[in-house]
Design a protein around this ligand. Structure first.
Ligand code: TXE
Length: 480
């Protein structure tokens, strides 16, 4: 059985305890590798290595830092197929999606921040004719980066790339549910010649290895993506220690379809935004609101396209909906389908676990499911499900649908479909979400600030925001 190893001080090492956790292939429902069950001792070793290497990395010419990070991006490109296969086996997503989205985006993350750091300008202000104020930005120190299971290498690199580019050294913990691509990534870092201790990857459980990173006094900045419940626990530990904190949390994103939309584009993209990655993307549009005059036509076409999606072996080319990441998560998603029925919902299509044959007979598969007949206040429409489940509701007026959209504790992203530009800008300004897509979805420009409002998170990642997060700004005022 393959053993995944921690990457500490430039070496691949066993956990101090020698203990490992089972790592499942969710499409087969069986253990296929072992992941370190790391604890405080492993985190202490990682932080010490990061502290030892900090001064040299922070003071290295940014072009040299950048070149090493771009070399890692080149190696990700070279190993695209291998990394995509590993990601698909680890998380259950169709390998076609890993090849088209996850792995190329991991490479883009590395390249974007590696080059951005070279052009990262600072600020200066001439104060009257009496003084000059300039801002000195220096890397904050050892950054703690904790990433989730849904987009494993994509979100892992989204955190560590700006930290490394800004001159921080890093202690990172990927999700224990999807450790494989981070492990392969550590091997690419060694091949690229990343200096030892600059990046340290400690695998293991959140409340154990993750918590040890959050509470370590030598880690002044924490960047986290995951569930809102976990985000609250992390904030409770980090805030009293006055740590810098970036929290990318859950979402319950509205997808608002006006009657004047470009229908084919709206309905086809809405199927993607509902079921991409089995609905396990925090940006998925899980609540669809359709203007009443278009409602019947939209539901009919949306259900027809949903029923054409192939649920199957993630390694098959035709598969569009793969396995959910774990048996526990599958059961959580199935429980929400039962809840929707109790709340008066109508299962228009889907609603059941899928039992495949062959080597996926014990996998964790759920039908893409469409539910109508609910109101916006029920739990099914208020709580993040994070699976291939969407609800569709009609609306009559703009005010009504904005009220629906803003009615949850979340505010991560929203999608609007309309050909009326004035309406598009007016509604975008009123919907309380950190990211708004109009006539598109998941169209990303990495320079833009990325993050949510309300319980979807604190802080912004992406672009200069991310590089600034990993630096301390000092203002120096000199009298002329
Ligand atoms: O996330 P967790 P999970 C949502 C989605 C999902 C729910 C839980 O609703 O069902 O979150 O998912 C580490 N101290 N999203 O369980 O638990 C953990 O090991 C430090 C949305 O995967 O938040 C993992 O590495 N670390 C989200 C990471 O945190 C801790 C994407 C995320 O785990 C910890 C994923 C602790 N006390 C899930 N507890 C998005 N916004 O994209 C856990 N961890």
């Amino acid at each position: 059985m393959q053993k995944i190893l921690n990457y500490i001080n430039g070496e691949l090492v066993e956990p101090v305890s020698g203990k490992y956790l089972d790592n499942y292939n969710p499409a087969e429902g069986k253990v296929y590798s072992l992941v370190p069950d790391s604890a405080t001792a492993d985190v202490n070793n990682a932080v010490e290595a990061a502290q030892q290497s900090f001064e040299a990395w922070a003071t290295m010419p940014v072009e040299k830092r950048s070149a090493t990070l771009q070399k890692i991006a080149d190696l990700i490109d070279r190993d695209l197929d291998k990394l995509a296969l590993a990601e698909s086996i680890d998380q259950g997503k169709p390998v076609k999606l890993a090849k088209a989205v996850d792995i190329p985006r991991a490479s883009s993350n590395m390249r974007f921040f590696a080059t951005g750091a070279i052009h990262f300008a600072s600020e200066a202000h001439v104060t009257g004719n009496e003084a000059v104020n300039y801002t000195l930005r220096t890397p904050v120190g050892v950054a703690g980066c904790i990433s989730p299971w849904n987009l494993p290498l994509y979100l892992f690199t989204w955190k560590i790339a700006p930290a490394l580019a800004a001159g921080c050294t890093v202690v990172a913990k990927p999700s224990e549910l999807t450790p494989m691509t981070a492990y392969l990534f550590s091997q690419l870092c060694m091949e690229a010649g990343l200096p030892k201790g600059v990046l340290n990857i400690v695998h293991g459980l959140g409340p154990k290895a993750g918590q040890a990173i959050i509470e370590h006094p030598g880690v002044p900045a924490i960047s986290f993506t995951g569930g809102t419940v976990t985000g609250k626990k992390i904030a409770a530990t980090a805030a009293p220690m006055f740590k810098k904190l970036s929290l990318e949390l859950g979402g319950k994103n509205p997808n608002i379809v006006f009657a004047d939309c470009s229908f084919e584009q709206a309905v086809r993209t809405s199927v993607q935004s509902s079921f991409f990655n089995q609905g396990e993307i925090c940006l998925c549009g899980s609540r669809i609101f359709v203007e009443r005059s278009l409602y019947d036509r939209f539901v009919t076409e949306f259900v027809k396209l949903t029923q054409e999606l192939v649920v199957g072996d993630p390694l098959e080319e035709m598969t569009r909906v793969g396995a959910l990441v774990s048996e526990a998560h599958m059961n959580k998603v199935l429980s929400y389908i039962e809840l929707a029925k109790e709340e008066g919902g109508k299962i228009v299509t889907g609603g059941k676990q899928v039992k495949l044959s062959g080597h996926c007979a014990n996998g964790y598969f759920v039908e893409p499911t469409v539910i109508t007949g609910l109101n916006e206040q029920c739990r099914t429409n208020q709580e993040e499900i994070f699976g291939p489940i969407v609800t569709i509701m009609p609306f009559n007026t703009e005010d009504e649908v904005i009220g629906y959209a803003n009615s949850t504790p979340y505010g991560l992203s929203a999608t609007l479909w309309t050909e009326n530009l004035t309406q598009a800008h007016r509604v975008a300004a009123r919907v309380k979400s950190g990211i708004i897509w109009i006539n598109c979805w998941l169209f990303r420009d990495l320079r833009t600030p990325f993050g949510g409002m309300k319980q979807s998170g604190v802080g912004r990642e992406g672009g200069w925001e991310a590089l600034r997060f990993f630096t301390e700004a000092k203002n120096v005022c000199i009298k002329l």
